[in-house]
Ligand binder design. Structure first.
Ligand code: HEC
Length: 168
């Protein structure tokens, strides 16, 4: 083995290796190595960016808002009434229990007779922030609203759309 290596080194030193490897194939090898390097770096970049999925990020942010944010209100969060991140039952401060809101994105928008017009999911978020949280409702065109809608919609993933329907 050592003998073979030393022979190779000697041959290279004498530049005999040129005889076996033509320059075209050297270029090809260099090119292949360069491409491996470039794609390797790209691959590492893609792997690094794997944690930045905008939709997953919005859902995660929405979950955080739902469970921790008070919207400068009285101290309640969405979860104070809509238990288990909205997947559990709704339990009002007076103890009245209502169904889970997990399917809300599948049956909104719907007509709310008490309001007198159609209510979208965004409208409902603002109503609950103003009423339930006594807080400052997020603007329709805000990152907070987008995150909240992404989160609420994620709770309804896979449910059959039943626009205007009731919780089930
Ligand atoms: C003080 C309690 C309370 C808090 C806090 C609260 N809500 Fe509500 N929420 C309600 C009530 C009451 C309803 C109407 C439920 C019903 O009538 O079935 C409702 C309804 C909803 C609905 C529609 C579900 C349906 O079937 O009507 C969504 C979506 C919703 N809330 C989201 C939120 C979000 C998001 C937050 C936090 C920003 C929040 N809520 C905070 C009490 C609350």
């Amino acid at each position: 083995m050592m003998k073979r290596i030393s022979e190779l080194v000697t041959a290279m030193a004498k530049r005999e290796w040129h005889k076996n490897v033509d320059s075209k194939s050297i270029h090809q090898r260099c090119y292949t190595m360069l491409m491996c390097l470039v794609f390797g770096l790209f691959g590492a970049g893609a792997a690094h960016g794997a944690g930045t999925d905008p939709l997953a990020d919005a859902v995660a942010r929405g979950h955080q808002l739902f469970t921790t944010h008070t919207f400068q209100g009285s101290g309640r969060t969405c979860e104070s009434c809509h238990h288990a991140g909205g997947r559990g039952p709704t339990v009002l401060p007076n103890g009245v229990r209502k169904p889970s809101i997990a399917g809300a994105a599948s049956y909104f928008p719907r007509f709310n007779p008490r309001v007198g017009h159609l209510v979208t999911l965004e409208d409902q978020v603002r109503r609950c922030v103003a009423g339930g949280l006594q807080g400052q409702p997020p603007a329709y065109d805000s990152a907070e609203m987008r995150a909240m809608i992404a989160y609420l919609t994620s709770l309804s993933q896979g449910k059959v759309i039943d626009m205007g329907g009731r919780p089930k």
